[in-house]
Design a protein around this ligand. Structure first.
Ligand SMILES: Cc1cc2nc3c(=O)[nH]c(=O)nc-3n(C[C@H](O)[C@H](O)[C@H](O)COP(=O)(O)O)c2cc1C
Length: 184
């Protein structure tokens, strides 16, 4: 029997009608057979304080546990001021600490993002890839799922309606599952 791959999906927006949270919801339905996507919501995560990293808040402990239980991580990031939003960076920082106890270490990963602008989070995604060098994470390179003009690709209920985008998400998830099986 082939192995089940558990993916933890994290969207970098707290917004109720977030396109990125909607993209993550779409991904949970496009995941290939033999894999599952569970999600972790970032609301309620306090701001990082290094004084507390040895005895972190319960939500941080839960985040680190969920990351460690997963075989792979799926980041779905908005672009804020040409980078990733503070809430996502904050979560990455918490789970990377204390030094030597990073929950991200060695995890395969994939990145997607949705923006109302035309560039589709490219600049934020490359910042996230840069962070993964130090985090020692192993992101899938392609396809790059950069969803521009998001308001035209979702309906009023937050359902992804753009078939080509669904195809890219499906392919990225397939590649993530194969990559995870290969390297872990
Ligand atoms: C503080 C802030 C900065 C933003 N900066 C960018 C940006 O640099 N590039 C971009 O394409 N969109 C930018 N946007 C617009 C976002 O793409 C848009 O708000 C998007 O809907 C956010 O993702 P969400 O729907 O998942 O919350 C910015 C929005 C905010 C609130």
């Amino acid at each position: 029997m082939s192995r089940q791959v558990r993916i933890l999906g994290i969207a970098g927006s707290l917004r109720r009608d977030s396109y990125n949270r909607a993209t993550l919801r779409a991904a949970t339905e496009l995941v290939p057979e033999g894999a599952t996507i569970e999600t972790f919501e970032l609301d309620g995560l306090p701001g990082f304080n290094q004084d507390e990293e040895q005895n972190p808040p319960a939500k941080v402990t839960e985040l680190k546990r969920r990351i460690r239980e997963a075989d792979a991580i799926l980041f779905v990031t908005p672009e804020y001021n040409y980078s990733i939003p503070g809430v996502l960076k904050n979560a990455i920082d918490w789970a990377s600490r204390p030094y030597g106890d990073s929950a991200w270490n060695g995890k395969p990963a994939a990145i997607m993002g949705a923006s109302v602008g035309a560039i589709g989070t490219a600049r934020a995604q490359y910042h996230l890839r840069q962070m993964m060098v130090f985090l020692n994470m192993f992101p899938v390179n392609q396809p790059e799922v950069m969803i521009g003009n998001a308001s035209e690709r979702f309906d009023a209920d937050g359902n992804l309606t753009h078939d080509a985008t669904k195809g890219f998400i499906r392919q990225l998830l397939q590649n993530l599952v194969e990559w995870t099986t290969r390297i872990t």
